[in-house]
Ligand binder design. Sequence first.
Ligand code: PLP
Length: 292
Amino acid sequence: DGLIWYDGEMVPWREAKTHVLTHTLHYGMGVFEGVRAYQTERGPAIFRLEDHTRRLFRSAHILGMTIPYTPDELNAAQVAAVRDNGLKSAYLRPMCFLGAEGMGLRADNLKVHVIVAAWEWGAYLGAENMERGIRVKTSSYSRHHVNVTMCKAKANGNYMNSMMALQEALACGCDEALLLDTEGYVAEGSGENFFLVSDGVIYTPELTSALDGITRRTIMTLADECGIPVREKRITRDEVYAADEAFFTGTAAEVTPIRQLDGRSIGHGGRGPITEKLQTLYFDVVKGRHPK
Ligand code: PLP
């Protein structure tokens, strides 16, 4: 139930449909965002709305798709999707996909459709895991060619790899996957950026093979404000095993502690103190209780 913004109009959830010959359904070329709105004292507030919209347009540009709306129009569409559904907090999914006007790989003659859906969505990796931390498996799937060259784009096609990695991790009894880059260094989770803490310093992979996460940037700023040094560097798998703390960040996953990698405990095997501090600060910021 509810309403979905679809090509400029609010459409009832059940009627927000597309044809089976929709090009993106066949070949996977499309771009999307994951955005959250949080309940604040002044009503629901979409966190980093402009940044998400900017990344959506950048992703489309990288893929050669022209979005037939302005950033302001898509910002307004996201605000409307929360408001018109009467949501206090929400996960939002703006998505651009190619129409059903033609098959084959040529896409320049196809219409670009845009939707914005919004719904209530709790902790992505499980509410209890926000405190206790998740178990992660190093993936046998690496960030391959397309992912690495296109990692500035949040593109539908990039997620086949992520889904295979997550499927494998779940089959092994873990909660999430850690993907390495093609050289074997840590890249990111299936839908999250990665951080570790060692001797009071926070490390995160450079953006050579990971998405430029909006939550990642927020966490780096918050750590900086707390006087905790943050360094971007190549991270090896054994550095993660030996870390004091590790956590994932993402719009969906927010700040999720990692308690285990490949069956080895990280630190004391739970949420570490720096992770907890940043997690608390993050929720203060998104809920408007912190000036940033
Ligand atoms: N990495 C990948 C592959 C993702 O899909 C996401 C989710 O958007 C992230 C990282 C985290 O990015 P953000 O913090 O902007 O949500």
